[in-house]
Design a protein around this ligand. Structure first.
Ligand code: ADP
Length: 668
């Protein structure tokens, strides 16, 4: 088949039953300047089989053939989908027939008397041109069909709705999902429509207005997605579906927006799952809260008798008991202390889990804290025969801003563990600057021991809750496996890090880094110094507001030691009555949860603007079994000066009483 005009060989076929005409044709062709190969068929059947086997650039067809006429042959060729250009040759006077042939697909005709070299060349060249154009058209048409099929396949490959409107809001395209919905909708409303305009579709008016607004917005050339709770299906029995709908401008070759294609995806299921997840999350939060509240209440209940047990045991320890009795009392004290640690751990852990941990941001004296640490653990290390050193680098400032209570908790945990797991050698705590910026300082605390060590494989696991390095740890050393989980959380929630380095049989180091602010020196309290300024509390009148008789008894015992006789009120209302009558009271110790009137209410009444008490600025120290920061905050909000947790540490209570009563005497 030739594609370039004049350059290559043309394949030609002549169908004619007249030998003479054939010879005339051949002679003329020879004389033309065409390069060609000519086949000749003398009847229709021969012609048909030849055409089937070969491809021609042009067919010359004599109209009159034996048995079958040219018109029938032509039709047959078209039926066989053969589109080769056919030129018809007729005898003089048969022009009418020729016109009929052209109508049936022949591209040219001429009378046999017109046959000459020039005429044949012209016909062949025209045929080739036509043929080329036709072939290009066919290719283009096939491409369009293929493209259409591809697009249709894409449109139909989803159950989601795809549809498009033109500028007049006429529906110009849609897939069958959309069609089903629309037909349903139209049928429900007794409508039969072919040329559909959005205005005629019986949609909910709000939905229609929104849709039109979105289409208009899209005509400005913007593609966007909206989430909507309606669709083209108004099935009352189905719950209102959620659709995620994307509007996409249809742009023509000139770059103008001529329509808007809309894709609506049913996301009802996803929405439902989302809602279920949200519900599950809220349930979990509520459950965690209930747990936290339960634990908080339980703690209060457990701590109240613990307060009595520890307090009375401490008093007993100061008496002179002989031998086993003394040992037994020590054991009671030891067990009670341990029980308290466990209660505190469980409480802290539940708070962390409930995401309820908050941190103080106050000035404190780091060196003072380290001295306290030394004092707290000095006795235990000495008992175990361990060396206990604390080293604070000289360049570490004393005045730090952050949460001193949590620092205590972290270091107490680590040092407590170090002592527990070390039978000889040393415990060393060191503090240095890790990093310093203009407004921040990162401190590194290392708690190092020469104890049993932790196997490499266990080192990452010990920070998980309820995990201990060895299964026999509980049996040998006790503990709940919560301490390090809490410690790690407390460090990380402050933006710090905790690492471990340990070797079995050599010892363990915990390396903690916490970012702090710089504190102001003058704000820092120094309890230890004030403590030594007075030897007893005999000169003070102290009102204890406490409903629990056992707690009253324990407190009385302590204060007796400090040569002080407490004044007792059984609840808030009784305290108000006393403070209304007496102006000689120096300080109030206020329990928080009491019948009749709570400590918070009492404090608010004392501090209130229209207060009935004689001294509205009397120092109030809250006493509570609840150690949480929120409680501490509420205490301050209610106007109380300070807070001591029960079971109270005698020294802490003592120093705080001094702090507030001294301040008073200073200001006088
Ligand atoms: P526990 O209440 O059991 O002490 P922790 O979370 O504080 O819980 O500690 C988890 C485990 O990590 C301990 O049971 C112990 O096996 C190991 N561990 C912690 N500190 C040390 C240490 N200084 N030396 C050796 N093992 C330690």
């Amino acid at each position: 088949m030739s594609s370039e005009l004049g350059s290559s060989e043309y394949r030609l076929l002549l169908i004619d039953d007249d030998e003479v005409d054939v010879m005339t044709f051949q002679r003329s062709l020879k004389k033309s300047d065409l390069i060609y190969k000519l086949d000749v068929c003398y009847n229709a059947p021969e012609a048909l089989s030849t055409i089937e086997k070969n491809t021609y650039d042009c067919i010359f067809l004599d109209y009159l053939l034996p048995g079958i006429d040219g018109l029938q042959l032509l039709r047959k060729l078209r039926d066989m989908n053969i589109n080769t250009p056919v030129a018809v040759m007729t005898s003089q006077g048969d022009e009418k027939i020729a016109v009929e042939m052209i109508k049936n697909g022949a591209f040219d005709y001429f009378t046999k008397s017109d046959i000459n070299p020039d005429k044949i060349s012209k016909v062949v060249i025209t045929a080739v041109r036509l043929w080329d154009a036709e072939r290009q058209r066919l290719v283009a048409e096939n491409k369009i069909i293929e493209n259409n099929n591809r697009l249709n396949a894409i449109l139909e490959s989803t159950r989601n709705l795809i549809y498009a409107f033109d500028r007049d809001l006429k529906l110009i395209s849609f897939n069958s999902s959309f069609k089903e919905n629309l037909e349903h909708l139209l049928r429900e409303n007794g409508l039969v429509q072919t040329d559909i305009n959005l205005n005629d579709i019986p949609l909910n008016p709000e939905r229609k207005t929104n849709l039109i607004l979105n289409i208009e917005k899209c005509f400005l050339g913007e593609q966007f997605t909206v989430l909507e709770q309606v669709s083209f299906s108004n099935d009352e029995f189905k719950e209102t579906p959620w659709y995620e709908t994307t509007f996409n401008p249809i742009i023509n070759a000139q770059g103008d927006v001529t329509g808007v294609a809309i894709y609506s995806q049913d996301v009802t299921e996803n929405k439902k799952i989302e809602q279920d997840l949200l519900n599950a999350k809220n349930d979990a939060i509520a459950a965690a809260q209930a747990k936290s509240e339960f634990l908080s209440n339980m703690s209060h209940e457990i701590r109240t008798p613990m307060n009595a047990i520890i307090g009375l045991t401490e008093l007993l320890l100061e008496e002179k008991f002989e031998g086993t009795n003394m040992e037994n009392i020590k054991s009671i004290k030891y067990s009670a202390d341990n029980l308290l640690v466990i209660i505190n751990d469980i409480l802290d852990f539940s708070k962390i889990e409930a995401g309820k941990v908050t941190f103080e941001d106050i000035d404190f004296d780091l060196r003072h804290r380290m001295n306290e640490l030394k004092k707290t653990f000095g006795h235990r290390t000495k008992e175990k025969g361990l060396d206990f050193h604390i080293e604070v680098d000289n360049n570490v400032p004393s005045a730090i801003k952050g949460d001193p209570y949590r620092l205590n908790q972290i270091l107490f945990n680590l040092v407590g563990n170090a002592i527990k797991f070390t039978s000889d050698g040393y415990i060393k705590v060191s503090v240095k600057i890790k990093n310093q910026e203009s407004d921040k300082i990162s401190l590194e605390f290392i708690v190092k021991d020469s104890g049993i060590g932790i196997p490499q494989a266990q080192q990452s696991k010990i920070f998980e809750s309820f995990t201990q390095a060895n299964t026999d740890t509980t049996r040998k050393y006790g503990g709940t496996g919560l301490g390090l989980a809490i410690t790690k959380n407390l460090v990380q929630l402050q933006g710090g890090t905790i690492d471990i380095a340990s070797e079995v049989g050599i010892g363990t180091s915990f390396i903690v880094s916490i970012p702090y602010g710089f504190g102001q020196n003058e704000k820092i309290e120094d309890l230890s110094q004030k403590k030594s300024e007075l030897s007893d509390l005999s000169s003070l009148k102290i009102l204890l507001v406490e409903d629990n008789l056992m707690n009253q008894f324990v407190a009385k015992q302590f204060f007796k030691k400090w040569n002080n006789e407490l004044i007792i009120a059984n609840h808030g209302a009784e305290a108000i009555t006393i403070l209304r009558e007496r102006d000689d009271i120096d300080l109030v110790l206020m329990d928080l949860q009491m019948p009749e009137m709570s400590g918070f209410q009492a404090a608010e009444i004392i501090r209130g603007t229209n207060t009935v008490v004689k001294n509205s600025s009397i120092p109030i120290i809250a006493l509570s079994a609840d150690a949480f920061l929120e409680t501490r905050r509420k205490v301050i909000e209610a106007g109380m000066n300070d807070y001591v947790t029960k079971p109270f540490k005698p020294e802490e209570l003592y120093s705080k009483i001094l702090k507030y009563t001294q301040k008073e005497s200073n200001s006088e």
